[in-house]
Write a protein that binds this ligand. Structure first.
Ligand SMILES: *Cc1c(COP(=O)(O)O)cnc(C)c1O
Length: 406
């Protein structure tokens, strides 16, 4: 039997058909331009390479963008979450409630402090942590909540803040996905007790590696700044007139770290931040296009958005209704790769990892998260995608849905 051009196109590339596009694209990618390179080059030949004026400028920019009073730039969002947890006073015997549908760093921050992460389940429609499940998991040991704005959508901040106030918990927002998002018109970064951003290349804007903690609380701010740099302090009152004292004197006030961001990274990020509005606008445009096409396919479940969130979208989650398809998620994922659209899964439930299993966590803990995990993959979403790229992703998805539908 001869294969026509058309049937060859309808046949998944995984099974010998023609891929919808020639070069591979990935689910996410940074966009660094000449201006960014120039901003970095200027710092490299200047007097400060680390934690100098560029970091201060960046921190001011993050405050003016978000309306937060204070910002502390650090090496990455993992260290931001660590310092936020320490600043919240988390220690051995304490518990921190978070979501399992996240990058492991959202829970590891509890372990770094000797505390125990506790997983609340997600809302099956938005995939964000369910406030009712947070409340169900509160014990007398609970000290903090790490709420993750999954894919960039703000969590139900009013509900979660009310729960935290009622139970005297500190709310840390893991906003690695959500810089630029607004909740009821208010920018993420100015709402939770502490908000942590990530500037990893795959996130909305990048510093190469980078993170920041934003807060309105002056006491937290001073502690965060101390912890970032060995808890080293130098103040005139230290310089008493003994034979071993003098203007060189500094003191270590507690156990701190070197989590300083470099001026090189800060310059890159400040330059990137000048373009954030256009980056976000393009992301929103692509999400709108995907949603418009995919909502006509009953095999695809669209992530719901709460009206309170004006979402700067980091990830687009393609969720399959596997009951309607003659394939597994794995087959669909591999078939997308063969079409040259490289997806990724965000995320394996954190407590499934061997380290968490060794701490006594078992599968089945959060049924909603596990159910969502089973059907999802992240398809390409980043501002540099051309319209043709976007259409090729859509073609790949709809081709495979059509082929595998029951
Ligand atoms: C990326 C990410 C982190 C960690 O960010 P790094 O800057 O890579 O340390 C934390 N939480 C979430 C939800 C993330 O996506």
């Amino acid at each position: 039997m001869s294969v026509t051009q058309d049937s060859n196109h309808a046949l998944p590339a995984l099974l010998g058909g023609t891929p919808v596009r020639k070069e591979k694209i990935f689910y996410g990618r940074q966009w660094v331009t000449e201006e960014d390179v120039d901003a970095v080059a200027k710092v490299l030949t200047g007097p400060y390479l680390t934690c100098g004026p560029e970091v201060e400028k960046l921190e001011q920019k993050l405050c003016s963008m978000t309306g937060a009073k204070y910002a502390v730039a650090v090496t990455n969002c993992t260290s931001a979450l660590h310092l936020a947890s320490l600043t919240a006073g988390l220690e051995e015997g304490d518990e921190l409630i978070t979501t399992p549908l996240t990058f492991m760093a959202s829970a590891n921050c509890a372990l770094y402090c000797g505390a125990r992460p506790v997983f609340a389940d997600i809302d099956p429609d938005t995939y964000n942590i369910d406030p009712a499940s947070i409340e169900d998991h509160i014990t007398e040991r609970t000290k903090a909540v790490v709420a993750v704005d999954y894919t960039g959508q703000a969590v139900k901040l009013d509900e979660i803040r009310a729960i935290c106030e009622k139970h005297h918990l500190i709310l840390i927002e893991d906003a690695a996905h959500s810089i630029g998002t607004k909740y009821k018109g208010q920018p993420v970064g100015s709402i939770a007790d502490m908000t942590c951003f990530s500037f990893h290349p795959v996130k909305t804007v990048t510093a190469g590696e980078g993170g920041a903690i934003l807060t309105n609380n002056e006491e937290y701010y001073h502690k965060l700044k101390l912890l970032r740099s060995h808890a080293m302090e130098s103040r005139p009152e230290f310089q008493i007139d003994g034979p071993h004292e003098g203007p060189w004197v500094y003191e270590q006030q507690m156990l701190g770290f070197n989590y300083r961001m470099t001026d090189i990274q800060a310059a890159l990020l400040s330059s990137q931040l000048q373009k954030i509005d256009s980056f976000i606008a393009r992301r929103k445009e692509i999400v709108k296009r995907y949603n418009k096409v995919f909502s006509a396919y009953p095999e695809i479940i669209i992530q719901k958005e709460i009206p309170e969130s004006d979402t700067s979208r980091h990830l687009y989650i393609l969720r399959l209704d596997l009951d309607r398809l003659n394939c597994t998620r794995r087959e669909f994922f591999d078939a997308m790769s063969a079409e040259n659209v490289q997806c990724q899964i965000h995320y394996v439930p954190v407590y499934w990892f061997p380290h968490y299993q060794s701490l006594g966590f078992t599968k089945g803990l959060c049924p909603n998260a596990e159910k969502v995990y089973a059907g999802i993959m992240s398809i390409p979403l980043y501002p540099r995608l051309t319209d043709e790229d976007v259409e090729s992703v859509i073609t790949a998805v709809t081709k495979l849905i059509t082929y595998y539908r029951k």
